[in-house]
Write a protein that binds this ligand. Structure first.
Ligand code: TMP
Ligand code: MG
Ligand code: ZN
Length: 207
């Protein structure tokens, strides 16, 4: 009887400009050195620097399959990763993927694959971003990276969205693809948002 190797879910998260994509590329490259069969996936929405590559802010890059959030996109994702020869899967910008992606990832890990996802843990409001908190809870390993606050030079956990150089409003759209022209890393003290409702009704839990 052959004993199956256990799978693993690794989450690399943090603010923008904290080196998430760089870390993902590093881990995937090391897996290739170890002769693993690696597949890289990105979300179609983020075509800032390239349509078919993940690109870090430091210029590192790697070929990736662009996948969209629609049903066909997730079917394409399942078809890609269901290839029996794949050992390691890297997914960048995981915050853009829909909730249906979570059971797909769980099944892959249960099947013995190493899945490494990278993405924003917090949105521009400073609130948990999409499926990332759920994946952090399910993960075997979570690495939270920090950037450098552009205002004061301290460690930055937050991503400040700036529209015409002013802090974006709390009720602005969650998704706005962009880079330095509308986002910068900030520490807790320098980060600004107009409203801060600490607790939403949907987040309360009753016993
Ligand atoms: P990055 O973490 O690789 O730099 O990219 C994050 C992407 O997410 C970038 O395109 C901007 C986008 N984004 C949003 O859509 N909403 C947000 O609240 C934040 C902070 C970023
Ligand atoms: Mg990135
Ligand atoms: Zn600061």
């Amino acid at each position: 009887m052959t004993i199956k190797a256990p799978g693993k879910l690794e989450v690399v998260c943090g603010s923008m400009f904290s080196g998430k994509t760089e870390e993902l590329i590093y881990r995937l490259r090391r897996a290739e050195y170890a002769k693993k069969n690696v597949i890289t996936i990105k979300h179609k929405i983020d075509n800032r620097k390239s349509y078919s590559c993940i690109v870090s802010h430091d210029g590192g890059q790697r070929e990736a399959y662009p996948v969209s959030s629609c049903e066909e996109g997730l079917q394409a994702l399942t078809a890609l990763v269901d290839d029996q020869t794949v050992d390691v899967i890297g997914i960048d910008e995981i915050q853009f993927f829909p909730i249906e992606t979570v059971p797909i990832i769980q099944r892959l890990v249960d099947d013995g694959l190493r899945v490494i996802v990278a993405g924003l843990d917090l949105d521009f409001r400073g609130e948990p971003f999409g499926i990332v908190p759920r994946l952090m809870a399910l993960a075997d390993e979570v690495k939270k990276l920090r950037a450098v606050c552009l205002s004061c030079g301290e460690e930055a956990n937050f991503t400040q969205r700036l529209i015409d150089n002013q802090p974006a409003g709390y009720y602005d759209e969650t998704i706005l693809v962009g880079g330095q022209e509308c986002y910068e890393p900030r520490c807790r003290l320098c980060y600004q948002i107009d409203v801060k409702p600490y607790l939403h009704v949907s987040q309360t839990c009753s016993v």
